[in-house]
Structure formats: structure tokens, C-alpha cells
Design a protein around this ligand. Structure first.
Ligand SMILES: *[C@@H]1O[C@H](CO)[C@@H](O)[C@H](O)[C@H]1NC(C)=O
Ligand SMILES: *[C@@H]1O[C@H](CO)[C@@H](O)[C@H](O)[C@H]1NC(C)=O
Ligand SMILES: *[C@@H]1O[C@H](CO)[C@@H](O)[C@H](O)[C@H]1NC(C)=O
Ligand SMILES: *[C@@H]1O[C@H](CO)[C@@H](O)[C@H](O)[C@H]1NC(C)=O
Length: 518
């Protein structure tokens, strides 16, 4: 039976409480509203999202790598083979996965990266994967441009590796070691910090009780906790993967093509009808979200304007724009500064790896970037004072039709249990909902994280962790009137694998943003 909870803000409860009315199959289950503490509701939602992810991710173990998925031994079959395809048609590929001993895989959960592309016209798009959970997958590509098209079917991790990564992520918060710096008069003192401190020693607690966010440091002697100035981090010499699991992950890393015989596909334009409307807010479940053509990004189901310098400036006039997140959003600010340079003098800002809050003023355009709250994983020391939780930042925004907020978090959360990320994003959603109550006209855009370099520590920073976070974000913001920029889909289409995507990709993300706000 379907059991659903509807929570309503009711004056019977204080703002920290919500009222829940339970329904079961449409029947009112409880006659009296029950007050739940807001934090309890958040806990519940975190658990629910985690359970959904658990269902999608394989829970398998292995004792011999020869029984794991082998890309070289697997088969890709083109289902609807023909001489010529039309733009708009689907290309269907069946993947039958085998292990290294030539035995059919009996369960799903392999992690793929699939795309179609045409190098001569700088075009690309991701594909959609249906996992039948029996070792067979149906990959579908929507053919979106004319010309010769090639198909790439990359196995990123075998399901056994996916299972190992997911289990290892759940373990603990100690894969990253934080060092905090406190000022003691003119000298500095360094101490250990983190999300969870297994100690009986006195702690400096940095808590956001409303949102259940916490960060701690060992208290340095008599120095007050307010003297906390800088933070840095590094990987701890620790792993929750077994030697065999590591060997397995390394053997496929950074992805192996599944052999295919169908080579190049020919696609032509068969009809000219195109139903195109302006891009709307709200998450779409369509896949792919768009495609690259001659390096320009085109959303799949709506038409966009391509903004050039003058138009960008006109669009941004009188606007207040806040970027809340990581350095992939700082790239947006850098892009604007570079692009609009010729117009006005810019305030010189510091572009060190972990910079401070920037506020370049271009005539009457204000763009700010502020880094998200803990964690920032970097060996460079950074200030803690300009660090704040995005939800708190959003709460300070009055909002109006000329205000736009872009939020993008993810990369720095990958080494920690995913609950931390899920709770953070729920808190942000709550802040966005509060913002919409006082200012429904404010534009809010969520940018998902993108794929990153493959020569990294998979257990801490691998793309599989980013993938689960991206699924969580789509779940959390479903149904809200926010714009969504699927940087994940774009990085597959453009085949970029740099944590900081190249500027032609960043420019296309920004073009989507401008289409949302202007
Ligand atoms: C995975 O499987 C093991 C053994 O069957 C079981 O103990 C564990 O609870 C499972 N984990 C999840 C998340 O389902
Ligand atoms: C796997 O499941 C799909 C969909 O249910 C089915 O069509 C296919 O035959 C199955 N493959 C095998 C090998 O059982
Ligand atoms: C916490 O520290 C104690 C003593 O150092 C140790 O025995 C215990 O295993 C630790 N617990 C965790 C969860 O790390
Ligand atoms: C702070 O500085 C004072 C005076 O220089 C010194 O006595 C004290 O030990 C220092 N505290 C710590 C925790 O280093």
C-alpha cells in the first residue's frame, strides 16, 4: 500500500515544527495533526533518499576477479540496424555482460559512460541506460544531429567495484584529515578538526542547530574557539577497500570500451517539423537534457538564445547574482570577468585556488561568489571566516525579479558518507522554499556536479560518488520551480573529464543560466 506524508506549515506549531497528516491509499490515517520536529523530518527524508539509492546500487561481493564483469568479453548488439537513420529517431543498443571466464552476468549494477559523437562537427550527447538487473542493459541514444555518428560504450566500474565503492563510502568520516589553525596572539596553533571527533578531550564546536550541521576542532589550550582562522586538509593514509577490490577497480580504470561491430551510423534530416518553446524552470526527466553541436549546447526540448557580449551585459544590468558553491561556480565568475572585461574596469580580485568572496562590479551588475560551508577538501590553507552554509546565505537574500542564485555543491563531499551531502541539499531546498515564500520572482538555479579527472583516488573522489550525489539532488529538488543545469550530462556530451571544465563548456552552462534569468 502506498503511504504518504503531507507536511503543512501550520500556526499550531512553532516555525521549528511541522505538521504532518498521514494518508494511506488516499485515506486520512490520522485525524489529528502530529507535530514533528523539523530535524526529525529531515532525518527521515535523508533515510528515504539513502534507501532509494541502496535499491539501485548492487550489493554483491566476490572472491575472484575473474567472476567480475569483463568489458572485453561483453557484447554490444545494435537492435534497430539500418542504412540510414532520421534525426529524432532512437538508436537502441543491447549490452550483454559477461565475466572474464565467459559466463553471463546474472545481475546488473555495472557503471557505464555512454555517448554518441561526431568529431568532425564537434557534436556529442549522452545515452540512457536501462538496467534489467540480469546482466543485460538497454542503451538508447536519441539521434539529434545530421551526419556520421559513432558510439562509445565505456564500462567505468564493474558492478562488484560499484558495490565496494558504495560500501566503503558508508564507513566513516576519517578519509580526509582536517587541520585547523588558531591565532594565539601573534603565533599560530594547529589542531585536528573534523565532522566526527572520537575523543574525550575538550572540543570547539561549530554548530548550526537549526540545520543540524556540525564541525569540530580539538580545543587548543586556553585559546578561545573564536580564534579559528584557517583550515586545510589532506587524505588520511586509510582505505576501506580490500586489496582485491582495489585491484579490480584499478584494472578497469579509467574505463574500457565494450567491443562493437556497428562502427559509424549515418543520420539524416527526414522532416523539418520542430516544436520548440522557451526553456522553463523545473526539473525534467528527459534524457539526454541536450546535445553539443559545433561545440554549442542545445537543450533537447526547448529553444535557447545564444548570448554574446553585448547581450550578456544587457541581460545582467541591474541584477544581483549570487554563486554559492565550489570552484566550478567560481569559474563562472571568472568567465564573466574575462568576457565582459572590455566594457568596464574590474575590481582586481584574488584568484588563488581557494579565494575569498569576490564582488566585481560591472557598472550596475553585481556578481558574488561565496564558497559553500564545510567541507572544502584542499591542501591549501583557506580562511574559515568567509565560509558559510548555503542555506544560511540564501536566508539573508531579500530577493526580487532581478536576483538570481546559483547553487552547485558536490565535488568536496565525495570522500564523506553521502548523508552529509543529502542533508546539506535538503537544508538548501528548505531555504529556497522560504525564499520563494517572500519572493517567488527570485530565480534559483541548481547546477549539478560534473565528471572529473580519472587519474584520482577513486575511493575518495571517483565519479561514481558524484553520480549518486547527482541522483540525490534530482530527487531533492523535484517539483520545485528551480532551473536545473545538468553539468553531468554536459560533461559526458563534451567528453570532458576535468574537475574544472574547459571554458567552452563553462560558457555553455552560463548561456543556459542566462536563458533562465533573462
Ligand atoms: C548487503 O548484503 C549483506 C549480505 O547479504 C547484508 O548483510 C547487508 O545488510 C546488505 N546491505 C544492504 C545495504 O542492503
Ligand atoms: C533480462 O531481462 C530482460 C527484461 O526483462 C529480458 O528481456 C531478457 O531476456 C533477460 N535476459 C536474460 C539473459 O535473461
Ligand atoms: C575511538 O577511540 C578509541 C580509543 O582511542 C578506540 O578504541 C575506538 O575504536 C575509536 N572508535 C572509532 C569509531 O574510531
Ligand atoms: C598561547 O600563547 C601563550 C603566550 O605566548 C602561551 O603561554 C601559550 O602556551 C599559548 N597557547 C598554546 C595553546 O599554544
Amino acid at each position: 500500500s502506498s503511504f504518504s506524508t503531507i507536511s503543512l506549515p501550520l500556526f499550531l506549531c512553532t516555525s521549528f515544527w511541522r505538521v504532518c497528516i498521514y494518508f494511506c491509499n488516499g485515506q486520512l490515517l490520522q485525524a489529528f495533526p502530529v507535530c514533528y520536529k523539523k530535524t526529525q523530518l529531515i532525518q527521515k527524508e535523508v533515510k528515504k533518499i539513502l534507501a532509494k539509492l541502496d535499491q539501485q546500487i548492487p550489493n554483491v561481493s566476490f572472491s575472484d576477479t575473474r567472476t567480475t564483469t569483463s568489458p572485453e568479453d561483453s557484447k554490444a548488439i545494435l537492435l534497430n540496424q539500418k542504412d540510414n537513420y532520421c534525426v529524432g529517431e532512437q538508436l537502441m543498443v543491447l549490452l550483454d555482460m559477461f565475466d572474464h571466464m565467459g559466463k553471463r552476468k546474472a545481475y546488473g549494477g555495472d557503471f557505464f559512460k555512454v555517448r554518441i559523437y561526431s568529431p568532425s562537427i564537434q557534436a556529442g550527447a549522452s545515452g540512457h541506460i536501462m538496467d534489467y538487473r540480469n546482466g543485460t542493459y538497454l542503451v538508447s541514444f536519441t539521434l539529434l544531429w545530421e551526419g556520421p555518428i559513432r558510439v562509445s560504450l565505456l564500462l567505468m566500474h564493474p558492478s562488484e567495484g560499484v558495490s565496494a565503492l558504495w560500501k566503503a563510502r558508508k564507513k566513516v568520516y576519517d578519509k580526509i584529515a582536517f587541520t585547523g589553525k588558531y591565532l594565539n596572539g601573534t603565533s599560530e596553533v594547529s589542531v585536528e578538526c573534523g565532522f566526527v571527533m572520537n575523543t574525550s578531550e575538550e572540543l570547539c564546536k561549530y554548530l548550526d542547530e537549526r540545520d543540524e550541521e556540525a564541525f569540530y576542532c580539538l580545543k587548543p589550550g586556553n585559546i578561545p574557539c573564536e580564534a579559528f582562522v584557517q583550515l586545510m586538509s589532506k587524505n588520511s593514509p586509510i582505505s576501506y577497500l580490500t586489496a582485491l577490490e582495489m585491484e579490480l577497480l584499478d584494472s578497469i580504470h579509467p574505463g574500457v570500451e565494450i567491443p562493437q561491430k556497428f562502427g559509424q551510423i549515418q543520420v539524416s534530416v527526414c522532416t523539418t517539423e520542430m516544436s520548440i518553446q522557451k526553456c522553463n524552470f523545473g526539473l525534467s526527466s528527459h534524457h539526454p537534457t541536450g546535445f553539443a553541436w559545433q561545440n554549442q549546447w542545445y537543450p533537447r526540448f526547448c529553444s535557447i538564445t545564444i548570448f554574446r557580449t553585448l547581450k550578456i551585459t544587457t541581460c545582467l544590468e541591474r541584477k544581483l547574482i549570487l554563486f554559492l558553491g565550489d570552484s566550478t561556480l567560481r569559474q563562472w565568475l571568472e568567465y564573466f570577468m574575462k568576457y565582459l572585461k572590455s566594457r568596464k574596469t574590474l575590481i582586481q580580485t584574488d584568484f588563488s585556488e581557494i579565494g575569498r568572496l569576490f564582488s566585481p562590479l560591472l557598472e550596475n551588475i553585481q556578481i558574488h561568489w561565496k564558497k559553500h560551508g564545510h567541507p572544502f577538501v584542499t591542501t591549501s590553507e583557506y580562511m574559515t571566516t568567509d565560509h558559510s552554509y548555503a542555506a544560511r546565505e540564501i536566508d539573508t537574500v531579500a530577493g526580487d525579479k532581478d536576483t538570481a542564485i546559483v547553487v552547485s555543491l558536490g565535488q568536496h563531499f565525495r570522500p564523506f558518507p553521502i548523508e552529509l551531502f543529502i542533508r546539506r541539499m535538503i537544508n538548501i531546498r528548505e531555504a529556497v522554499q522560504r525564499l520563494f515564500l517572500r519572493s517567488p520572482e527570485t530565480k534559483v538555479i541548481i547546477k549539478s556536479e560534473n565528471l572529473r579527472k580519472t587519474d584520482i583516488d577513486l575511493e575518495r573522489f571517483g565519479d561514481f560518488h558524484g553520480y549518486t550525489q547527482m541522483l540525490a539532488v534530482k530527487d531533492i529538488f523535484q517539483g520545485l520551480n528551480v532551473g536545473f543545469i545538468d553539468a553531468w550530462d554536459m560533461s559526458i556530451a563534451y567528453d570532458t573529464s576535468d574537475v574544472h571544465p574547459p571554458y567552452h563548456v563553462v560558457g555553455n552552462q552560463i548561456n543556459l543560466f542566462l536563458n533562465y534569468i533573462c
